[in-house]
Design a protein around this ligand. Structure first.
Ligand code: NAP
Length: 310
């Protein structure tokens, strides 16, 4: 029997996915039609991104799961009409993209690259950076993305710590958890990477108090979500030298408004939410695998517990 998959995402996304998703579904042994419009009672699965106008899931009575094209689900998870199971995107290409972004920006800070790139001709001031094992890097959030980043940084030789809600054991990474573990994590961190989801508990978790707990001059890399940061507190910490530099990929308002102080701050690097993008070919394989599991009576992968919010 042929399945009906409703593609509910921003303009152009369905076209981008049509060929790779068709191929991935065939490879998974599934017969399906991919549509952008359908009678709700005919839809078996919804492939979803927040730019979609679809906000009322009530009429989708036959739908077995809503599969998010995004890893971050904060814009759909609390939708009261969504009673169907929700899965978030976990995909090897997304993870690899994040690992590359995080490692690149950590290395920039670790090696002090800016000093050389911006040096005036004749400015010969050799400064020896510490080697990676002497550099203390921490990752807040040890999920699909944070864990992969912590492991890659560990493999590079950095002294790596991590923080999560629940206890974790990761070889070669010092793991802290819960509110009590946060201060111990921050105290020893020279480069802080924030890869937490946006939830009530993580809103403005990077604030005046947490920034003050870091060693003076520490650097921040935020590819998680803009709302993790209290922007006024970060700007004050940058002004005061408590934070040496920040690289920010995500913001409370996106695109970042033209008059936002981050754009012109000499110690802020803005990247336009490109740390890790969902790539259609590999994401299609992840979607097809998850649909095939449900059709075979297996549990959905990466299902989001609604009360937890991530
Ligand atoms: P994930 O697998 O759900 O992992 C989330 C991690 O955060 C888990 O380790 C979780 O702890 C931890 N956490 C959540 N709430 C916490 C709290 N209150 N205190 C301490 N730790 C907490 O998510 P992911 O796939 O790694 O993605 C992380 C985020 O990256 C996404 O939510 C999204 O916002 C962002 N993202 C950004 C981009 C980009 O291009 N910039 C791309 C993709 C994703 P437990 O493990 O104990 O549950």
């Amino acid at each position: 029997m042929s399945l009906t998959l409703l593609f509910a995402a921003g303009p152009g996304t369905a076209e981008e996915y049509h060929a790779p998703l068709g191929e991935a579904l065939r490879a998974a042994g599934l017969e399906a039609r991919i549509v952008t419009e359908a009678a709700p009672e005919e839809v078996d699965y919804i492939l979803y991104a927040p730019a979609s106008p679809l906000q009322d899931f009530t009429p989708y009575t036959r739908t077995k799961a809503v599969l998010s094209l995004w890893a971050g689900v904060e814009r759909i998870v609390s939708n009261p009409t969504l009673t169907q199971p929700l899965a978030r995107m976990v995909d090897p290409s997304l993870t690899r993209g994040m690992v590359e972004y995080v490692c690149g920006h950590v290395l920039r800070y670790h090696l002090g690259m800016d000093a050389h790139i911006q040096a005036a001709p004749g400015d010969w001031r050799p400064v020896e950076p510490p080697l990676a094992p002497e550099r203390r890097v921490a990752v807040m959030g040890l999920g699909a993305l944070g864990r992969a980043c912590a492991e890659a940084l560990r493999d590079f030789g950095f002294s790596v710590s991590g923080w999560s809600a629940n206890p974790k054991e990761i070889a070669g990474v010092t793991c802290h958890h819960g509110p009590d573990g946060l201060n111990s994590l921050l105290r020893g961190t020279e480069i802080l990477v924030t890869l937490l989801p946006h939830t009530k508990a993580t809103e403005s978790i990077v604030n005046a108090e947490t920034l003050a707990a870091l060693p003076r001059g520490a650097c921040l890399i935020n590819p998680g979500r803009g709302a993790l940061i209290d922007d006024d507190a970060l700007l004050a910490a940058l002004e005061d030298g408590q934070i040496g530099h920040a690289t920010l990929d995500v913001f409370r308002a996106e695109p970042l408004p033209a008059d936002h102080p981050y754009w012109h701050h000499p110690r802020v690097t803005v990247t336009p939410h490109i740390a890790a993008t969902t790539r259609a070919a590999s994401a299609s394989r992840a979607l097809a695998e998850n649909i095939a599991r449900v059709e075979a009576g297996l549990p959905l992968l990466h299902e989001v517990p609604r009360a937890r919010g991530y």
